[in-house]
Each structure stands twice: as structure tokens, then as C-alpha cells.
Ligand binder design. Structure first.
Ligand code: ARG
Length: 458
């Protein structure tokens, strides 16, 4: 007999049971469901809605049910559809008919909204910690690479040299915004929907605030219709997760490129690389590729959730059961990626000489030659054209700016003196960008220090 079977004259078609059941995935919520029920029953007792002895029996029963679910001893069945009804059924088996008093003044609609919030809020803490650990690994690499000059790119064409430490710090600040977004979302997740009932509230003299405080919420959802139909917090999480995945994926793309023979800027540690079943020489950046690849499913869950919600009238609709798998999968996907990322970054070997060579054998100091001529009084537009001619001369002669003689320089502009060679040195080029947020060594050091303050506050 179903818990709601009273008005039915036939058993449910088995296919319907199978199709509508969520127990196979919402069993993940067991712990939170029982946590919510414990607070609810305590409130029922406190408000004298059910007798204290009944409440105590239910409380004890709920603890036993949790133990039995966690040990695998309790059988969860599709016949009882979801985690809420399975728990209630198990409770009644445990303590008898009195267990049926637990659901007084409550609906599965406010219950499931509560469980989702309890789950997500716990996950948010773990995910924030993992993002911070990724930031710390990047920060460590930044500190180790304050003297590593690499080509900086625009359009994936060598543009101007930067410090590898500067490049690492770009990601530290990027992930900082993710930490801030997750932290900010907390205040919208951490509200209690319990007491909204099915949609309109309840006739029992419940105390919503009591339950909210018991469960560590910052307050209650103010409108019962909104409380049971709001899944903004899921969308917001999926959106934040999508942005984190985007950031991870961009870095993955760089790691994949940098570990190719064509770049050869880094080598990922053997423990974080994989081989080929056919080609004995291969060492593949599979982790970086897979993190990049899994971005697709995270985006998919975000679009899926938005689409599920967009046509729903108030209040609860069964469609909303679709909120769970995407969220669970996103949490697992994200935690998996973030957990691997920190050690992968920390153990990667940076091939400083190759980066330097790529800067040396290129024209990424051309802007500095143009700026030099500007200092000598030439309008920038003119110096840009002159340096373009110098670069063309070099390309035709298979040389780079630093290979030119002073005489050659002077054939383009008489104002060029021998101090030009010092100015065009990769280190000098980097250190000339001595502006807040720039790539000069001392400016990158400033960023590194700023980040420490951010870590302390997050
Ligand atoms: N399993 C349902 C869900 O996840 C719980 C709420 C069901 N409520 C209802 N009235 N059918 O959304």
C-alpha cells in the first residue's frame, strides 16, 4: 500500500512506478532528509503539535533508520518512489504507527527543497576549499617563476614577453572571482523553505524560525509558494560551476598546448599523465583534456535546468524532480577536476630555457623599440612604421632585433644609440612594464602578496 494510496482503487502500473521514482538518485539525500526530519519533529514537540513521547520515539527511530540506510541494511525501493517516502516507510517499520506523525504540517514539496539546500550548502564549503587549493598551487608556481620569461600571446601569436609567474597569477585572480561568487551564493542557499507545506503553508501552529535555527539557516524563505518552487539556487550553482569549468578548461587548453613538442614549455608529471596503447613514445595530458571535455556536461546541466524551469507555473511540479541528477553530477564532476588540478599544477615541470628561447627567437621586443624611438621624440605612429621596416629587414635576413648591429639600427633611425641592446633584452622588456598589475617582476610580487591577503579573507 502506497503512503498516498487512500483515494486509489488500483495499484500503480509498474512502469509508472519505475518512471516516476527518484530513489535511485535521491538516496544521496538520505542524510539531509533525516537531518531535516529531526529538526521538524523537535519543533512539533516544542510547539506541542504532537506529544513529547511520540516525538522522542520518532527521533530515536530516525537515528536508527539513518544507520540502517548508511550500512546498506535498509532496503530502499522504487515502490516508495523517493527518499522521503522511503524514509517514512522505514520509520514506520521501526517505531510503528506513531511514525506516521512525522509528516504533520509538512509536505514532500517543502521537504525536498530543504534537502536540496542542506546538500548544496555542505558541498559549497568543500568546493570553495578545493578552488582555494587550486589557487594555492598556481600561487606556488607563480612564486617559483618570478624570473621565468615566456612569450605572452594575443591571437596565439607571440606578442610581448611576460613572466610565467604573471601568467599563473592571472588564473589566481580568475579563480578568486569564482570563490567570491560561490561565497555570495551561500546567503541565497542558506534559507529554510520548511513550513511552506505543499504550497500554501499549514494549519498547524508550527515555528518555522525554530527549525531554521536548528538547521543553521540564516532565515526562512518568506513566501510559501516561492519556497517550494524556487530552484534559483540550483541554477546559480550550475552557473557558477560552469564558469569555474570554463576557467579550468582554458587553463587545460594551455597545459595541453604547452606540453606539445611544438611549444615544449612544460612537462606534466608522470603521475598526472597517461600513455598510449599503441605508440610507446607517447605521454598524454589526459587529465587536462578530460577536465576540458567535461566542461560540456556541466554546461549541459545548466541549460537543462534553466529549460526545465522556464515554463513551470507555480508552485511545485513534478518536472522539478529533474533538478537532482544534474546538480549531483556537477558536484562530482567539479570536485573530481578540482581535486586533481592542484597536485597536477604543483608537480608540473616548467621548461624555463625553452620559454626563454621562444622569446629570444622572436620579435616580442618590437614594441619596446618603437617606445624607445618615442622617447627620442618620434610620434608613436611613425615609430610603429619604422620598427615595422626593421622587423621586415630582420625577417628577410633571418635575424632578430638583438642580432642587428648598431650600424644597421642607425640605418633606420639616427637617434638609436648603443643602449638599445640593453633595452631589448627580454628581462628589461618585462621589467619595463612597471605599472600596477603589469608583468615587471616587482609588480608580479605585489600581486603575489595581494593574493595572500585574499586567501586569508576567503
Ligand atoms: N521526489 C520528488 C522530487 O524530487 C519529491 C517531491 C514530490 N512531491 C510531489 N508532490 N509529488 O521533486
Amino acid at each position: 500500500m502506497k503512503l498516498w494510496g487512500g483515494r486509489f482503487t488500483k495499484p500503480t502500473n509498474q512502469l509508472v512506478d519505475e518512471y516516476t521514482a527518484s530513489i535511485n538518485f535521491d538516496k544521496k539525500l538520505a542524510k539531509y532528509d533525516i537531518q531535516g526530519s529531526l529538526a521538524h519533529v523537535e519543533m512539533l514537540k516544542e510547539c506541542r503539535i504532537i506529544p513529547a513521547t511520540d516525538a522522542d520515539q520518532i527521533t530515536e527511530g530516525l537515528h536508527t533508520v539513518l544507520l540502517k540506510i548508511e550500512s546498506g541494511e535498509a532496503e530502499l525501493s522504487e515502490e516508495h518512489e523517493d527518499i522521503h517516502m522511503n524514509v517514512e516507510k522505514l520509520l514506520i517499520e521501526e517505531v510503528g504507527a506513531v511514525g506516521g506523525k512525522l509528516h504533520t504540517g509538512r509536505s514532500r514539496n517543502d521537504q525536498v527543497a530543504l534537502d536540496m539546500r542542506l546538500y548544496l550548502r555542505e558541498q559549497l564549503i568543500e568546493i570553495i576549499q578545493l578552488v582555494v587549493s587550486v589557487q594555492q598551487s598556481l600561487h606556488t608556481q607563480a612564486k617559483l617563476n618570478l624570473d621565468t620569461v615566456m612569450p605572452g600571446y594575443t591571437h596565439l601569436q607571440r606578442a610581448q614577453p611576460v613572466l610565467f609567474g604573471h601568467h599563473m597569477m592571472a588564473y589566481v585572480f580568475m579563480f578568486q572571482r569564482d570563490v567570491e561568487r560561490l561565497t555570495d551564493s551561500w546567503k541565497r542557499v542558506n534559507k529554510s523553505p520548511l513550513g511552506a507545506g505543499a504550497l500554501a503553508g499549514t494549519t498547524f501552529p508550527i515555528d518555522r524560525q525554530f527549525v531554521a535555527e536548528k538547521l543553521g539557516f540564516d532565515g526562512i524563505c518568506e513566501n510559501s509558494l516561492d519556497a517550494v518552487s524556487d530552484r534559483d539556487f540550483v541554477v546559480e550553482f550550475l552557473s557558477n560551476a560552469s564558469l569555474i569549468s570554463t576557467h579550468l578548461s582554458r587553463l587545460c587548453e594551455e597545459l595541453v598546448q604547452w606540453s606539445s613538442a611544438e611549444f615544449s614549455f612544460i612537462e606534466l608529471d608522470d603521475a598526472f599523465s597517461t600513455g598510449s596503447s599503441m605508440m610507446p613514445q607517447k605521454k598524454n595530458p589526459d587529465v587536462a583534456e578530460l577536465v576540458r571535455g567535461k566542461t560540456g556536461r556541466v554546461f549541459g546541466h545548466l541549460v537543462g535546468m534553466l529549460t526545465t524551469l522556464k515554463g513551470l507555473p507555480l508552485a511545485y511540479n513534478k518536472d522539478m524532480q529533474e533538478d537532482k541528477e544534474g546538480m549531483f553530477d556537477t558536484v562530482e564532476t567539479l570536485k573530481g577536476a578540482l581535486g586533481l588540478f592542484a597536485p597536477m599544477i604543483e608537480t608540473m615541470q616548467v621548461k624555463k630555457e625553452n620559454m626563454y628561447e621562444a622569446v629570444r627567437k622572436d620579435f616580442s621586443n618590437a614594441t619596446d623599440l618603437a617606445d624607445y624611438l618615442v622617447e627620442k621624440g618620434m610620434p608613436f605612429r611613425e615609430s610603429h612604421a619604422v620598427v615595422g621596416q626593421v622587423v621586415l629587414h630582420c625577417i628577410n635576413g633571418n635575424k632578430y632585433l638583438l642580432d642587428l648591429t648598431l650600424k644597421e639600427f642607425k640605418s633606420f633611425s639616427e637617434t638609436i644609440e648603443s643602449d638599445i641592446f640593453e633595452k631589448l633584452n627580454p628581462e628589461a622588456v618585462v621589467n619595463a612594464r612597471d605599472v600596477a598589475g603589469g608583468t615587471a617582476r616587482n609588480r608580479v610580487e605585489e600581486q603575489i602578496e595581494k593574493a595572500v591577503e585574499l586567501f586569508q579573507s576567503s
